[in-house]
Design a protein around this ligand. Structure first.
Ligand SMILES: CC(C)(COP(=O)(O)OP(=O)(O)OC[C@H]1O[C@@H](n2cnc3c(N)ncnc32)[C@H](O)[C@@H]1OP(=O)(O)O)[C@@H](O)C(=O)NCCC(=O)NCCS
Length: 159
C-alpha cells in the first residue's frame, strides 16, 4: 500500500481468463477485484479480512486476452469494523500507454480475529477534496446496500 492508501495489482489477461465469447470472464474480473481489495484491507488493518459486500460493480468495457490490467484499490471510508474500498480496473495494450476504465465498484471488508469476531479498524480520515467526495459516495453506497439487505429480509423474507 502506498502513502495514498492505494494497492495496485498489474498483470496480463491470460488465455485461461477468457469466456466462450472470447472476452475476459466477468467472474474472473470479480475475483481480481476481491483479491486486490483483500490486500488493501489487510494492509490497512494488519489483520485477516473477509468480504462483506460488493456494491455497484459495473462492467463498462470488455477486457481482451493479452491486455495489461491494472487494479487500484483504495480505502475511502471506515466504520467501526468495516473498511470500504473503491476499486478501479483499467486495461490497455501493453505496447501503448493508453488505458480505459473497464470496471469500478465499492467493496466492503471486515477484519476478524482468530475466532472469527470482528475487530475495530484504524479510522480513515479523508484529506484531499477527492478523498472527501469518495467517502461521501462510499457512504451513500453503504447505506443503499444496507437498505437493500433490509428489503431482502423484510419484503422478500430471505434471511
Ligand atoms: C462478514 C460477517 C462477519 C459480518 O457479520 P455481522 O457482524 O453480522 O455484520 P453486520 O451486519 O454487523 O455488519 C458488519 C459491518 O459491515 C457493514 N455492512 C453491513 N452490511 C453491509 C453492506 N451490505 N454493504 C456495506 N457494508 C455493510 C456494517 O455497517 C458494519 O460495519 P461497522 O461496524 O463499521 O458499522 C458475516 O456476514 C460473514 O461471516 N459473512 C461471510 C463472509 C465471507 O465468507 N466472505 C467471503 C469470503 S472472504
Amino acid at each position: 500500500m502506498n502513502k495514498n492508501n492505494i494497492v495496485e495489482f498489474c498483470f496480463l489477461a491470460e488465455p485461461t481468463d477468457v469466456n466462450f465469447g472470447g472476452k475476459v470472464h466477468g467472474g474472473m474480473v470479480m475475483k481480481w477485484i476481491d483479491q486486490a481489495s483483500y490486500a488493501c484491507a489487510a494492509q490497512w488493518s494488519k489483520r485477516y479480512c473477509v468480504t462483506v459486500s460488493a456494491n455497484g460493480i459495473r462492467f463498462i468495457r470488455p477486457i481482451l486476452v493479452g491486455q495489461m490490467i491494472s487494479i487500484n484499490a483504495r480505502i475511502v471510508h471506515t466504520g467501526k469494523t468495516s473498511m470500504h474500498i473503491y476499486v478501479v480496473v483499467r486495461a490497455g495494450d501493453p505496447k501503448e500507454s493508453k488505458t480505459v476504465v473497464t470496471n469500478r465498484c465499492f467493496i466492503t471488508f471486515m477484519a476478524i480475529d482468530e475466532s472469527g469476531y470482528p475487530i475495530k479498524v484504524p479510522v480513515f480520515i479523508p484529506e484531499s477534496q477527492e478523498d472527501k467526495l469518495l467517502e461521501e459516495v462510499a457512504e451513500e453506497a453503504k447505506n443503499f446496500a444496507k437498505a437493500l439487505d433490509k428489503d431482502f429480509e423484510t419484503k422478500l423474507g430471505w434471511k
